[in-house]
Write a new protein. Structure first.
Length: 367
């Protein structure tokens, strides 16, 4: 049985663990939306399948698919990947799925945030989004995990990273955007984040590198690699479109301490040598209210949008000169894990990357 808990994780002694802590499985959602993915989603489906295969070398994967795509997904994915039918609006489980928390006994629960497609009727990317908003509860039901429904608070998994020891990193650009929680002050937002992630300190970066799609999700620009250690995308090229955001993130993190009073150790991750843009002949359906996607549009291809899993790190690759350098840098940050590169250009064309399309569940020690 999966109950709705009328309390908060902090009150109940649950915390969100760092992504580098032991995991039970990874959730993904199968792409098919015609105004997000080109050619009926087929190229993106191949990329998602490759990401799922790479993860499955390290831990179990559950792929959520629509009724219409169940047979296709089941036949395209290896048998060790679990395929589960579930209504959905798109493929971004990081943002619409549950953010899991765990207590000292190893019991896992889920946070079910409100989801409004990154901005609702202000600047959201699609409508309706009700099926995606229901995904978190359905996953918790599937796993028989109790959950907290955080009513009236829009929050996405890609908008924050935690160290598992009381500190969360996020961006002002995203959490304070008009389409998220305009009825709340920055202080009220911070207190809600602390209460449901069981954190003591929020580190606010000024902005992310993706102002249009997600209003600056932090998982494109910085993440925790261990308690007291963060990685940040960095460039000193003043002509690079990310220059201002990268410099401000690096400077902020270098001058911060975490909830335990530790000065952060900050590692730099390269950017791609060449920009990734939508290719000639790129075509998706045009939907009311959806942002136009046209040939030549700039895509946010960040190496930071990787996934840490048990024994591995799944790293985006773009066919770029700096692919090998990024893989080498990330491997050096995780000497006890294997860094595996997967070409995710088709995922980037849809507006996200590896971290955006995955959601980890911590390892349960008690049910």
């Amino acid at each position: 049985m999966a109950r709705r808990i009328n309390s908060t994780p902090k009150k109940d002694g649950f915390r969100m663990p760092g992504e580098f802590e032991e995991q039970e499985q990874i959730f993904m959602m199968w792409p098919e939306r015609d105004d997000t993915w080109r050619n009926g989603g087929k190229p993106a489906q191949m990329a998602f399948a490759e990401v799922a295969r790479a993860i499955s070398e390290f831990e179990p994967v559950t792929m959520i698919v629509s009724k219409g795509q169940y047979e296709n997904a089941r036949n395209r994915l290896p048998e060790e990947i679990r395929v589960v039918e579930m209504s959905n609006d798109d493929a971004w489980v990081r943002d619409c799925g549950p953010s899991f928390v765990i207590n000292d006994e190893g019991v896992v629960r889920g946070n079910d945030w409100d989801f409004n497609a990154w901005g609702g009727l202000v600047d959201g990317l699609y409508f309706p989004w009700d099926s995606d908003d229901a995904i978190a509860q359905k996953i918790c039901e599937l796993e028989r995990v109790d959950s907290y429904k955080v009513d009236g608070f829009v929050f996405e998994g890609g908008s924050f990273h935690v160290d598992g020891e009381g500190t969360v990193i996020t961006t002002e650009q995203c959490l304070l955007s008009e389409g998220r929680n305009p009825h709340m002050t920055k202080e009220e937002i911070e207190e809600t984040v602390k209460e449901y992630l069981n954190c003591e300190k929020v580190i606010w970066l000024p902005e992310g590198i993706d102002p249009e799609e997600t209003n600056g999700h932090v998982d494109d620009i910085a993440c925790y690699i261990a308690p007291g250690e963060v990685a940040v995308v960095y460039t000193d090229d003043e002509t690079h479109p990310w220059y201002k955001a990268c410099q401000s993130a690096y400077e902020t993190l270098c001058n911060e301490v975490d909830a335990k009073g530790r000065k952060l150790k900050v590692h730099k991750i390269t950017t791609a040598k060449h920009p990734v843009t939508l290719p000639a002949g790129f075509d998706v359906d045009v939907a009311c209210g959806a942002p136009a996607r046209e040939e030549g549009d700039y895509c946010n291809a960040s190496y930071m949008n990787f996934l840490i899993c048990n024994g591995g790190v799944i790293v985006p690759q773009y066919g770029d000169e700096n692919d090998a350098l990024a893989l080498e840098q990330i491997q050096a940050l995780f000497p006890d894990r294997k860094a595996v590169g997967v070409n995710t250009v088709e995922v980037v064309y849809g507006g996200g990357n590896i971290h955006c399309i995955t959601q980890q569940m911590p390892k349960r020690r008690k049910y």
